[in-house]
Ligand binder design. Structure first.
Ligand code: D6Q
Length: 678
């Protein structure tokens, strides 16, 4: 039984970023850790929802009396757990109730077994108050690195929107989401691979486990057989065709790449099959981080960067024991100490794609956002009148549209420019009709992320069309296009430009632009939101030269030379990237600060020249090695003629070798503001 008229898919975990198996979600985080709690009535679309049930993950009980849902939580380290808080719906009139009991097992170390004695907790069921609530489960200060909790159904449905753990460690009680959550639902007859809305019974679990083991054994046997064949072939080659001895050992060379794809934000570990298959055709703006230390074999990397391993042997590592600071030690040493972990810091609660990038917003910040910030209204699609195409990407197209009655629809205080009676123009980003379900999920995630961004210098989501296809996001129209195009078509203001009616900008216009970008980035930084591709090409300008930061992705032909393709796969804006992003795959707000320095440089060269224009892409990467070594051989961008010396000093600080030496966006904003209004 399912609540009436309610679509199953809307109760799935739409932001889960792990592996989706048939009945399990493995190794990721999703809505249960995004810091957002659901409404009392999960069916009503209110301002907080993108659609009904969005914030909930729900399961149906197929086995009245003994149905349960089991989840496993794996943490970054061992902790002393004081309690677990489960935010649960309790609309008993629709068959939804909090769980009747929960049994938690503990595992002190990952390799250890589960401790025999669980913690059991019975809840007091409530048939009077239908409010959603936090149920606190005492965990008796048990020490564990992983927990497995079995929640028993109290009714036909169970719906959770958030699970948090409290632990008492040396630093006192901490609120921290688990690094890995894996959900197990029992028997399931109907659910698709991506939905949580499955039905449970304990008996099906063993069958499924048996099936999995069989598949695993099958896979292992196949791999072993393949290896034997390969070894035989190699030996044969060595004896029979001696010529081949000198050929590169391609087959044995392991190459692991991590792909952050624009069409799917799952991280795929790829090991090329043996023998090599035909080259794949990649989407035009896929980013691959070949050099990510968290996934890269250090030995393989050393082969690629021979100079780095040399310097690794001669200098010491200042990184601490527990948390290696990659800026303080050599890549080689850091790679050895860097344990692959989920995220750099506590950035775990929300991940997704906007533009073509992956973002993360920490749980605490999401909590502290006002609820108003995450509202987004459904606009009647027939009131969007197509005018022209603004652009296109892998996801679909962006159109300029007239939006009939949008100001009235949004009400007072809507972030729209005054219209003077003219129609309201908007940009509409539309998902392509033949989009895969992954692309569709990414689009919905982007809506969720975009709906939380609210700043005068960041593209603002005005409304959406999600109740029917094609999915649309509506944002302000920016009449002056992107900043790179705008500046490259202008000269600095002078009597000459005035006399000859040449389009121009003043120095104070340029400073005002710099202030606005620092302000927008200050906002993103406050959310721990890493942009990864800040550049003038990603800034939009309206009629009054207000700047809004956006993220077009890498699909525009006009800017294709700003992106470097590694081995024909990775696409990276290397001229804007900090050394640690190129060498270590480390993207942080501090690497955004580096890109901001390059963006400032672009602004004050009026985008007439590409950064490091005298260097080829390969030389730019070599120069990155020099930034890392910091022996005075690195080539910096030189001061643009228009640029005041104090401003160039600021740029130079953005390109500091050590992350901690770089200014913050708040500091940059404070430093730039007085320049703009002398
Ligand atoms: N010319 C325009 C508006 C307008 C355009 N864009 C691509 C875009 C810019 C985008 C983002 C972060 C274009 C699509 C706007 C966009 C995005 C060209 C990602 C926020 C998101 C929702 C949208 C939308 C637009 F902070 F990361 F930058 F249109 F509805 N994003 N992410 N003139 N006027 O084709 O880049 O901005």
């Amino acid at each position: 039984m399912m609540p009436p008229g309610y679509p199953i898919a809307s109760l799935n975990d739409s932001t889960y970023d792990g592996v989706h198996e048939r009945r399990r979600l493995l190794g990721g985080l999703g809505q249960l850790t995004d810091g957002l709690i659901g409404q009392d009535d999960f069916l009503v679309t209110r301002q907080y929802h993108v659609w009904p049930g969005y914030d909930y993950v729900g399961w149906r009980n197929r086995d009245p009396g003994s149905g349960y849902v089991e989840m496993e939580f794996v943490f970054d380290r061992q902790r002393n757990f004081t309690s677990m808080k489960v935010h649960s719906n309790n609309m008993f009139s629709r068959g939804v109730k909090i769980f009747s009991s929960v049994t938690c097992h503990f595992k002190p170390r990952l390799i250890a077994g589960w401790e025999a004695e669980p913690v059991e907790f019975r809840t007091v069921l409530d048939d009077r108050n239908p409010s959603a609530r936090y149920v606190t489960v005492p965990l008796e200060r048990r020490t564990a690195k992983a927990l497995r909790c079995r929640f028993a159904f109290a009714d036909a449905w169970m719906m959770f929107s958030e699970i948090t753990f409290l632990s008492a460690d040396t630093t006192g009680p901490t609120h921290m989401p688990p690094l890995v959550t894996s959900l197990w639902n029992g028997e399931d007859s109907s659910a698709s691979s991506t939905t949580h809305t499955t039905e449970t019974s304990p008996s099906g679990k063993e069958q499924a486990e048996d099936g999995n083991t069989a598949v695993l054994i099958g896979c292992l046997v196949t791999i072993i057989l393949l290896l034997v064949v390969i070894i035989f072939l190699i030996l044969w080659c060595q004896y029979v065709c001696k010529v081949l001895e000198k050929a590169p050992r391609r087959i044995l060379e392991e190459e692991v790449t991590v792909r952050l794809s624009s069409s799917s934000d799952t991280i795929i570990l790829q090991t090329p099959p043996v023998p090599p298959r035909a080259p794949q055709v990649d989407p035009p703006y896929e980013r691959v981080f070949l050099l990510d230390p968290q996934y890269q074999d250090p030995a393989a990397l050393r082969n690629k960067l021979p100079e780095l391993s040399q310097s690794a042997e001669t200098s010491g590592c200042g990184g601490g024991y527990a948390e290696p600071d990659v800026t303080q030690c050599t890549p080689h040493q850091c790679f050895q100490s860097a344990v692959p972990h989920y995220a750099e810091t506590d950035i775990v609660s929300l991940q997704g794609v906007t533009g073509s990038n992956m973002y993360a917003v920490p749980a605490l910040t999401v909590d502290s956002l006002t609820r108003k910030d995450i509202s987004v209204a459904e606009f009647p699609r027939q009131r969007l009148l197509f005018r022209e195409k603004l652009g296109e990407g892998q996801f679909g197209e962006v159109h300029l549209c007239e939006a009939e009655g949008l100001p009235e629809f949004l009400g007072e205080g809507a972030p729209l420019p005054d219209r003077d009676g003219r129609p309201v123009l908007v940009a509409v980003k539309q998902l392509r009709a033949d989009a895969t379900s992954n692309a569709r999920n990414d689009f919905l995630k982007e809506i969720k992320i975009m709906s939380r961004l609210n700043d005068p210098n960041i593209i603002q989501l005005l409304c959406v069309c999600v109740t029917s296809d094609p999915l649309c996001m509506v944002t302000e129209y920016m009449e002056n296009g992107d900043l790179n195009m705008f500046l490259s078509q202008r000269e600095i203001e002078s009597t000459l430009t005035h006399a000859n009616n040449i389009p121009s900008v003043s120095l104070s216009d340029l400073l005002h632009m710099a202030v606005q970008i620092s302000s927008g980035m200050r906002y993103l930084a406050s959310l721990n939101f890493v942009h990864r591709d800040l550049a003038t090409r990603n800034c939009l300008l309206d009629r009054r030269l207000t700047i809004k930061i956006s993220d077009f992705g890498m699909s525009r032909n006009l800017y294709s030379s700003d992106y470097y393709r590694i081995q024909g796969r990775a696409v990276l804006p290397i001229r804007w990237m900090a050394w640690e992003s190129i060498l270590l795959g480390k993207f942080t707000t501090a690497s955004d600060v580096w890109a901001f320095g390059v963006t400032l440089w672009e602004i004050f060269t009026l985008c007439k020249e590409q950064a490091y224009s005298l260097l080829s892409d390969e030389q730019v990467i070599e120069n990155t090695g020099e930034f890392f070594r910091n022996q005075g051989r690195q080539i910096f961008l030189s001061a643009p003629p228009l640029c005041p010396p104090s401003l160039f000093e600021l740029m130079m600080r953005c390109w500091g070798r050590n992350i901690t030496d770089r200014p913050t966006f708040e500091g940059l904003y404070q430093a730039l503001r007085p320049h703009a209004h002398p």
